[in-house]
Ligand binder design. Structure first.
Ligand code: C2E
Ligand code: MG
Ligand code: MG
Length: 458
């Protein structure tokens, strides 16, 4: 390779020769442009799990696989085209003279051809690939840029693993680049200490005591000011970043628990764990490493909150995760319950300690009979399954009263306290426990003033 199909066959050794992409593409595309060909297409084909195949079949097998893949790709290409191996398990193909629908057919045929099982010395292997494509015409882009674009599309094809052809999409690529920049900024912010945790108290309304606090992340951004999670938590959908931020949150919460214990504040802390962080194969190991640094905290000090939607979609993994955490003395709660339609069977099989009823139902329960019925239904269900219920989004004393009347004693919400800076917790707890708002005649007058969110510090 490179091999213009019209130029006849090449030996297997030549097939495996790698070529810098620009050497392959540029002259050919320039030729086509001169000849007035109407459209060219560059595609990037990346074999899936080639590393595994190489390990299993050895180098000779790996080479044979590449030759076979090259042959299968070529067999699908129109007469005047070129295919070259441009990386370990990556091929580029270029062809011209076809309209977009015909190009698409060719590309689909390549994927089908690659997906056919392949046998080598009695062993069966898969040569399936992911394919990204970039159309180009006389207006551009330049061949090298076209290949980069095709590689970009192939990267997403590989991630999607849906066996489809992915085309380069300029606005999407721009947005992707923006996301990459923002993710880098989060990493920098983490390194520079720009993140901090606020803690929202979780109280037992019946006993008038504070039982725990939920750690909620904030970003003190030097240019954009104080940022709430909505502005950056969605960007954590990247497993490396989810882990970095998640580890930081757990580490900070544990240290905070330790510091609070030192000043006589005993409560548990709940931490929100993003789905990708939870799915990390070494999550439990890393958690254990962090816990051993605080041996005095004991079991039950830390709780992890996972979203109901994750619990359902990854049930088997989550069930193992919950078990492993429990062995470490870490409780797991389901967050935003009621939004994910989990089946009763799932809930019964997940050994979670508590379930947080989503705020949308709590907020609506005083005005909407339907919301009230949902809350009541969830409470009965949890009671039957022996799980603790926590109401989120308790915005007023009336909400608290209604919940108490329904048998729900644990609650969190702006009506009790907004998320607090760590150093205000001790004072707030003392104030709340001195004059708990429920279960006393003078509740209204003595209700704790809702503290405000911290302002960015200089
Ligand atoms: P969540 O875990 O369900 O946390 C509760 C959210 O509701 C918090 O918002 C809290 O400030 C807010 N809230 C509490 N009580 C009330 C109330 O009475 N009324 C209203 N309207 N809101 C109330 P926040 O801090 O903006 O966090 C939003 C979400 O971001 C969290 O929802 C959680 O899913 C995520 N999040 C926060 N911190 C972290 C973190 O450290 N890691 C991860 N992965 N996610 C986090
Ligand atoms: Mg939560
Ligand atoms: Mg929630």
């Amino acid at each position: 390779m490179p091999n213009k199909r019209s130029h006849g066959s090449t030996s297997p050794e030549e097939e495996l020769k790698r070529l810098p992409a620009d050497e392959v593409l540029s002259p050919l595309i320039a030729d086509w442009a001169r000849a007035g060909k109407r459209l060219a297409l560059v595609c990037d084909i990346d074999l899936d799990r080639f590393g595994e195949l190489n390990q299993r079949l050895g180098m000779a097998g790996g080479n044979a696989a590449l030759v076979e893949a090259a042959g299968r790709i070529k067999a699908q290409l129109p007469r005047e085209s070129l295919v070259a191996r441009i990386g370990g398990d990556e091929f580029a193909a270029v062809f011209a003279g076809l309209g977009p629908p015909q190009c698409h057919e060719v590309l689909e045929r390549i994927l089908v051809a690659l997906a056919e099982p392949w046998e080598w010395r009695g062993q069966t292997a898969s040569l399936a690939g992911s394919l990204g494509a970039r159309l180009l015409d006389s207006t551009g882009p330049a061949p090298e840029a076209a290949l980069r674009d095709a590689q970009h599309a192939a990267f997403f094809a590989k991630r999607a693993a849906d066996g489809k052809v992915h085309y380069f999409d300029a606005p999407k690529a721009h947005a992707d680049a923006q996301v990459v920049r923002e993710r880098q900024r989060i990493q920098e912010g983490l390194a520079q200490g720009e993140f901090f945790l606020c803690y929202q108290p979780k109280v037992d309304m019946r006993r008038g005591v504070v039982v725990g606090a939920e750690a909620l992340i904030r970003w003190r951004h030097p240019e954009r000011g104080l940022l709430q999670p909505i502005h950056f938590v969605p960007l954590l959908e990247d497993d490396v970043l989810a882990e970095q931020v998640g580890q930081w949150v757990i580490g900070t919460a544990l240290r905070q628990l330790y510091d609070w214990r030192a000043v006589g504040l005993r409560m548990s802390v709940s931490v929100n764990v993003s789905p990708l962080h939870m799915m990390r194969h070494d999550f439990v190991e890393r958690l254990e490493e962090q816990l051993v640094q605080y041996p005095k905290l004991g079991a039950g000090a830390l709780e992890l909150e996972i979203l109901e939607t994750t619990a359902i979609s990854q049930f088997a993994t989550v069930a193992r995760f919950v078990d492993a955490c429990r062995t470490l003395g870490v409780a797991v709660a389901i967050d935003d319950f009621g939004t994910g339609y989990s089946s009763l069977t799932y809930l019964r099989q997940l050994p979670v300690s508590s379930v947080k009823i989503d705020q949308s139902f709590i907020r609506g329960m005083l005005d909407s009979a339907a919301d009230r019925a949902i809350v009541q239904g969830i409470l009965l269900l949890l009671q039957a399954l022996g799980r603790t219920a926590v109401a989120e989004g308790v915005e007023t004393l009336q909400h608290g009263e209604a919940l108490l009347a329904m048998g729900c004693t644990l609650a969190q919400g702006y009506g009790i306290a907004k998320p607090l800076p760590a150093d205000q917790m001790k004072r707030w707890v003392a104030g709340f426990e001195r004059a708990p708002p429920w279960g006393r005649g003078d509740a209204e007058e003595d209700s704790p003033s809702a503290p405000i969110e911290p302002t960015p510090q200089p």
